[in-house]
Design a binder for this molecule. Structure first.
Ligand code: ADP
Length: 393
């Protein structure tokens, strides 16, 4: 796996159980996966020599993020290395404009969009869809970095001044956000997990509820079908996560990722087969595992760096308070707002399970029990910071 973040770390644990020799290309020994993976190779994923020499020792190469340059992926494929998902598929996870064009061509609904290079183009787009306009970096964004909700031409100009490739999108007044996670193996076997509800704040996923409460069975089947169809049409091998907006007019595709995804962390304790095992099965062309949930409701709550610098501090309290909470730490230094771990809680009642998960995550991050998760991203949260890709979501 290229990339040494928490997704590689958790995939590594799944590989241990299956007796698979799992190698990681990490930038430094401090990275999340490098700390725990015996077969860590240090190297820069931008560097052709490092990537090719790492890849030559592997039966299959896969990824913990989508930032490996497309020409390096092509170079691996040309060298006869088995890359899963392949470059043709990964392109749609790396390039939001290519993804929007392809999804639209398949007749699958997504927000109205247009490539924009100057303010005149943004204003022309806004003339059709109104303000706010969402500007998005075509590539390199993650966790909402690279997404700017612009209420005025002046805010749009500020984003355009970064000089990066952008698309404009209509601001979707969605009812809620959903995600569908599917796997497709090298031989084309497919499997879909239950549709989940995801709660974002400031562009960062905070909470996932599986299955999405109150979702009609028709919409759930439609979303699963959409995920499996996209995986086949885009020729994905491995996992495909599709982030969706639920609107009064139906489902819209927001984003796709071709790797283990934050919206699937609940599967570690809430499904027969965790997404990390499933990704390994898919890229190694093993039969896929069952995706059935093991409880009526499972809630995943991300632990974001807060006021507590030592994550071990809160463990005793949380474990004593609620022995059913499952804690997953990533071995990352605490920085404010950084994803440093997550908790999973399984149970019967969505409200009760959600409150338990929030309380545990809050205590681990801040040594304060808080059951409240403030609401989603606001249209006022235009962030003038440039898009910077550093670590996986
Ligand atoms: P990233 O690749 O950084 O995760 P996304 O495209 O998933 O970026 O956007 C991050 C979040 O921003 C979404 O989960 C959603 O809450 C909000 N968002 C993105 N696009 C739109 C849109 N067109 N309208 C309204 N909100 C949006």
């Amino acid at each position: 796996m290229i990339g040494g973040g928490q997704l590689a770390r958790m995939t590594s644990a799944a590989a241990v159980a299956l007796g698979i020799e799992f190698r990681v290309l990490a930038a430094s020994p401090d990275e999340s996966a490098a700390q725990v993976c015996a077969h860590t190779v240090l190297g820069d994923y931008h560097d052709a020599a490092s990537v090719l020499s790492f890849a030559r020792g592997c039966d299959v190469v896969t990824f913990d993020h989508e930032h490996v340059p497309a020409d390096l992926i092509a170079a691996m494929e040309q060298a006869g290395i088995v890359v899963r998902p392949g470059g043709q598929a990964l392109r749609f996870a790396q390039d939001k404009l290519a993804m929007r064009e392809r999804v639209s061509a398949l007749g699958i609904a997504c927000p109205r969009y247009a490539p924009v290079t100057d303010l005149a183009a943004v204003e022309a787009f806004a003339a059709g869809s109104g303000w706010p306009v969402v500007l998005k970096a075509i590539s390199g964004g993650y966790d909402g970095k690279g997404v700017w909700v612009c209420r005025t031409p002046a805010q749009a100009r500020e984003v355009l001044d970064h000089g990066i490739g952008l698309i404009a999108e209509e601001f979707v007044a969605f009812e809620r956000e959903l995600a569908i996670l599917v796997a497709r193996s090298a031989s084309g076997q497919g499997a879909a997990y239950p549709v989940v509800e995801t709660v974002q704040r400031d562009g960062i996923c905070r909470e996932v509820i599986a299955p999405a409460p109150g979702l009609s069975s028709g919409t759930a089947v439609q979303a699963q079908w959409l995920g499996l169809r996209l995986a086949a049409e885009l020729d994905v091998t491995g996992l495909l996560a599709v982030e969706l907006f639920e609107t009064s007019a139906g489902l819209l595709v927001n984003e796709v990722a071709m790797r283990p995804h934050n919206s699937g962390h609940w599967t570690m304790d809430g499904s027969v087969t965790s997404q990390f095992e499933q990704h390994l099965r898919a890229v190694l062309n093993l039969p896929l595992g069952a995706t059935a949930p093991v409880a009526p409701v499972v809630v995943m709550e991300n632990i974001l760096g807060g006021t507590e610098p030592d994550l071990r501090e809160g463990l005793v309290h949380v474990m004593a308070l609620d022995p059913g909470v499952k804690v997953h730490y990533y071995g990352k230094a605490v920085r404010p707002g950084r994803k440093v771990g997550h908790v999973n809680v399984a149970g019967g009642d969505p409200a009760e399970v959600t409150a338990r998960a929030r309380r545990a995550a809050s205590y681990l991050a801040n040594c304060v029990e808080d059951e409240m998760l403030p609401g989603g991203a606001s249209p006022d949260s235009a962030d003038p910071a440039p898009a910077v890709a550093q670590e996986g979501a």
